[in-house]
Design a protein around this ligand. Structure first.
Ligand SMILES: *Cc1c(COP(=O)(O)O)cnc(C)c1O
Length: 377
């Protein structure tokens, strides 16, 4: 977006320079990833999981773009996320709340056309009660626990639920769902266990279709697809399967501004607690993002940034608002005040940063801070 001066351009999309960091979100690549996943699951359809502000990338921008590419099913985690997103989509799109119905949400969900996932018998009763009050049918999705023990109707309540489904007319069940606990690990026997459990649930409720696979599940094969898949991380460029080549296109890049450079003698302490001590004459660069910007403190002395494809290791502790890197590998004068280094981009993937930080790509993405200047491409 450099040099954009078109009248009417979104102010947030103008690169004024002087920001601490520049987060670029490539909506074209996002759309490509959606199409790639939709192809993989066809003839089933692909939904989009846009919880946590679309994993930090902006739920409204992401959902609008994916809607234009045929996506009609959008999953969020919390009711408040659904409330925020719903007005931006037309009536032919559905917004589902994965965490389910909470006491007090029923009326607003029904009023705003939000579809809560039912995770427990009591939620069925709440929703059926609201349907009766309003004198119309209300839609839902039935989520079952197939071995993750997190959300969903437990096995012992299935018979009671089947009875309610049969006897109570107020609720319109759109589909059955469950969530895979180990889908990113193709060797895990838990996948097969959960699929077997899901198949027996589908046999108990043969009138309803199944929604099953997350990103990893999509690549486990067609018997995990049901009629609707629910990818999240793969849409945003994260690797769906651990230890395999990532088939998705990177969507996010992050460049951080240099706010100071210096050359120090051997034996100089760097950062809090002097956790790093230089072992030779060292050129240091301080960059303007830290753990408050979603770069975990666990990157202290472990991670790196890149400049011209050259790795510049993080030295010392990650601070709240800055990180110091060893820029000695670069030609003198290459990095100066106002320069930028790559944190996420062609030389360093989300998975690289996550590995160095001892976490997963999901946590890096959803943690990206709000102090970066954002550009949507
Ligand atoms: C977060 C979530 C997803 C998306 O998972 P990814 O691994 O990001 O594809 C799908 N289903 C449920 C129930 C979830 O909580």
């Amino acid at each position: 977006m450099h040099g954009t001066s078109r009248i009417g351009t979104d102010i947030a999309n103008i690169d004024w320079g002087g920001a601490s960091g520049y987060l670029t979100i490539d909506l074209t690549k996002l759309a490509k990833n959606y199409e790639r996943l939709a192809e993989e699951v066809a003839p089933a359809r692909a939904a989009a999981v846009v919880k946590a502000d679309a994993y930090g990338l902006g739920a409204v921008r992401v959902a609008e773009r994916l809607y234009a590419h045929g996506c009609r099913h959008f999953f969020v985690a919390h009711f408040v996320e659904a409330l925020a997103l719903r007005p931006h989509l037309t009536a032919d799109a559905t917004v589902f709340v994965l965490n389910g119905l909470q006491p007090g949400n029923e009326f607003a969900c029904a009023h705003d056309g939000i579809v809560p996932v039912i995770n427990a018998l009591e939620q069925w009763h709440q929703w059926a009660g609201m349907a009766q009050t309003l004198g119309r049918k209300l839609p839902t999705v039935l989520q079952f626990d197939t071995g993750m023990s997190r959300l969903g109707v437990p096995p012992e309540d299935r018979a009671a639920l089947a009875y309610l489904v049969k006897e109570e007319g107020g609720i319109d069940v759109l589909f059955l769902m469950s969530h895979l606990a180990s889908a990113d690990d193709t060797d895990s026997t838990q996948n097969d266990d959960q699929r077997t459990a899901m198949n027996s649930i589908a046999a108990e409720f043969p009138q309803f279709p199944v929604c099953f696979a997350n990103s990893g599940g999509i690549f486990l094969g067609a018997d995990y697809h049901g009629v609707l898949a629910r990818p999240g991380i793969a849409l945003y460029g994260g690797a769906p399967t651990a230890g395999r080549q990532n088939p998705m296109e990177p969507v996010v890049s992050l460049d951080i501004a240099v706010v100071q450079t210096r050359t120090v003698a051997s034996g100089t302490r760097v950062g809090y607690s002097g956790a790093h001590v230089t072992t030779g004459i060292t050129r240091l660069a301080t960059i303007a993002a830290g753990y408050a910007d979603g770069l975990p403190r666990s990157l202290s002395g472990r991670g790196a940034v890149y400049c011209d494809g050259i790795r510049l290791p993080i030295v010392g502790r990650v601070s709240m608002d800055s990180i110091t890197v060893d820029a000695s590998a670069l030609p003198e004068g290459r990095l100066t005040l106002g320069g930028r280094v790559e944190m996420l981009g062609p030389h360093q993937t989300l998975e690289d940063v996550a590995r160095d930080a001892g976490t997963i790509s999901y946590e890096i993405l959803t943690g990206l801070g709000h102090r970066y200047e954002r550009h949507y491409r």
